[in-house]
Design a protein around this ligand. Structure first.
Ligand code: ADP
Ligand code: MG
Length: 602
């Protein structure tokens, strides 16, 4: 008996959907791009529960005839290419005719559409590839497609959707990409009935600041070049706006967002030493290349692309970026002092720069110490040496074999000499020679463990603010922060949601009551973004480390002997006194003979 059967359309569509529709954000991308292709000038995206229950796009584009409306859900049904020759001339976003069929295979879809010339519009309801209703209705010109209960019939996929904040982050990313590529189109995004983004049609420079980050306002350097092969337009961020986190880097090829490490390299290369190592310049760059010279059909979601002329494009791009930051470099005085924007006509920017105001408190240790102080370092060292077990710790603390055999090196007496060197190092005599402690790292270690403990025991001290402060985040940061709220509250932030992308801060961790609340809060989020991809850094550790480093950074100041002693006491009570939370060595013992050698070899 023969065994091979053709799959039913519904199953075939479901399988195809696996490639096109990975998550709510994929649906967002396909629907938005369809609307753009249909010539829409106003787009509304409405999502509920991060797209898990509803993703709806309403446009004022061309609309569809009743027949086209029905046809649009068939696989490989497209109005955008007719013959294979068209494949080499693609100017529209979609062309494979797969998206609607795939989406309709894994969700409950309701389409309302009407062309300008038609009296009545069309309603189509389709669930799991099955048309359940088709009717004439009154409808506005354009198309509305509502995708409900994504993966309702594929429980395995539904189960693997990430938390709401994570899915929302992906949606916002897709939304931003499409919005950046089409500044002449107005976009509005609603999430759970709240307006999250409202982007009126505008010039690219305004779209960038509206969609990404208001603080880019005075940071945009125009980039423009035209050659036979490629035309490049857009903006790069001036060097000082480079961030430690990647994220605001956008390439569009023929208005299609693409990822390309190769082109990214060209941009970074152009910046050369203008930005510190490990920071990433912002950019939104548009490349126009004749479709004949690119292949965008490599991946169904179409974020990758092949160029016929890769190296040439690299060279052109690099020189374009060089030129644009070069122009900016010629006028540093205007730029830095007057904050005049050379590239677009915005008003004076209000920029928040993180700043550490001097702390009114002088001694952090007094708040930390819950245990009785141990009465001498010898004893401390014993307890400490029992936890020195990693090799890293051994080598950091003990510089010679001789030392390792002398675990009772520290002898604290009343006469113990402690010296502070340039508000940076603490020097003290130990039996075998000189112990040098990095003051800031010592604070980091002590505070890090304190904050971890506080979080565990949920016994944080919150300093209520006299005047609550609002802080408004970018939509992306807001989505990220949703995931961290509990944790952030756990360390003493008293914070509540307060409208679109906004929080009301009522209280801050007591150590930080003298810092700008918004700056502190944003600084914490930045740290999480930086750490996103690190091994298995738990969130608690990231948070504790961030706060510890922030506070410790302010402790570069003259300390009294009592304070120095107390800091060292605290340090040796921690689990890892010789390594900072970042893994940097905190202390070193210089044996006496090495001190002597230092002098001899001078
Ligand atoms: P593709 O975009 O690759 O052609 P889709 O499955 O996304 O495939 O869409 C199928 C067809 O449905 C499109 O070619 C277009 O003719 C029509 N269509 C989809 N969305 C819209 C819309 N918002 N307005 C007008 N026509 C649309
Ligand atoms: Mg499409």
């Amino acid at each position: 008996m023969d065994k091979i059967k053709l799959l039913s359309d519904a199953i075939a569509n479901q399988i195809a959907a696996g490639e096109v529709v990975q998550r709510p954000a994929s649906v967002v991308k396909e629907l938005l791009e369809n609307s753009i292709d249909a010539g829409a000038l106003n787009l509304k995206l409405i999502v509920k529960e991060s797209g898990k229950t509803l993703i709806q796009v309403i446009d004022d584009g061309s609309g569809m005839s009743p027949t086209d409306a029905r046809m649009s859900f068939e696989r490989h049904a497209t109005s955008k290419i007719k013959e294979s020759i068209d494949l080499f001339n693609i100017r529209t976003m979609g062309f494979r005719g797969e998206a609607l069929a795939s989406i309709a295979a894994v969700a409950q879809v309701e389409m309302k559409t009407r062309r300008e010339e038609d009296e009545v519009g069309t309603l189509i309801r389709i669930e799991g590839s099955e048309v359940v209703e088709q009717d004439f209705i009154q409808a506005a010109k354009g198309t509305s497609i509502a995708v409900k209960n994504l993966f309702f019939n594929v429980p395995a996929r539904r189960k693997f959707l990430k938390s709401n904040p994570v899915e929302m982050k992906h949606i916002i990313e897709e939304f931003q990409r499409v919005a950046l590529a089409h500044p002449d189109v107005s976009f509005i995004l609603y999430h759970n009935d709240i307006e999250v983004m409202n982007l009126p049609a505008a010039r690219l420079s305004k779209r960038i600041t509206d969609a990404l980050d208001k603080s880019y306002r005075d940071q945009l350097a125009k980039c423009e070049i035209e050659t036979d092969v490629v035309k490049i337009t857009g903006y790069v961020g001036k060097p000082q706006s480079a961030k430690k986190t990647k994220g605001d880097q956008y390439f569009f090829v023929n208005k299609r967002f693409i990822k390309s490490n190769y082109l990214h390299h060209a941009v970074v290369n152009a910046f050369e030493s203008a930005i510190p190592e490990g920071t990433h310049p912002f950019y939104t760059l548009f490349l126009e290349i004749h479709p004949e010279n690119i292949d965008i059909n490599i991946h169904p979601t179409k974020t990758e692309i092949k160029f016929d002329n890769e190296q040439l494009i690299y060279a052109v791009l690099r020189s374009a970026v060089k030129q644009s930051i070069g122009v900016y470099n010629l006028t540093p005085s205007i730029d830095f002092d007057a904050n005049i924007n050379l590239t677009s006509g915005f008003e004076m920017p209000v920029r928040e720069t993180p700043s550490f105001k001097p702390s009114p408190r002088t001694y952090v240790g007094s708040e930390i110490n819950k245990k009785e102080n141990l009465d001498n370092w010898e004893k401390m060292f014993e307890s400490y040496s029992s936890v020195v077990n990693t090799e890293a710790e051994q080598t950091v603390l003990f510089t010679s074999k001789a030392n390792r055999e002398e675990p009772d090196d520290y002898q604290k007496t009343d006469e113990t000499q402690i010296l502070q060197l340039h508000q940076t190092y603490i020097l003290t005599q130990v039996k075998s020679g000189l112990m040098i402690i990095h003051q800031r790292y010592a604070y980091e270690r002590v505070l890090y463990e304190k904050y971890l403990k506080d979080m565990q025991s949920a016994q944080n001290v919150s300093q209520q603010l006299l005047f609550p402060k609002t802080v408004t985040l970018s939509a992306l940061d807001y989505a990220l922060s949703q995931d961290l709220l509990d944790l952030i509250r756990g360390i003493g932030f008293s914070i509540e949601e307060f409208g679109t992308n906004t929080y009301l801060i009522n209280g801050v961790p007591s150590h930080f009551s003298d810092e700008d609340e918004a700056v502190l809060f944003k600084g914490i989020l930045e740290a999480f973004k930086e750490n996103e991809n690190h091994r298995d850094n738990s969130k608690k550790e990231t948070l504790a480390r961030t706060l510890a480093k922030r506070y410790a950074a302010r402790q570069t100041k003259t300390l009294e002997k009592k304070e120095l002693t107390h800091l060292i006491d605290q340090l040796f009570e921690t689990a890892m006194p010789s390594i900072s939370p970042d893994g940097k060595p905190i202390m070193r013992i210089l044996p006496l003979e090495q001190v002597g050698e230092l002098i001899l070899n001078a």
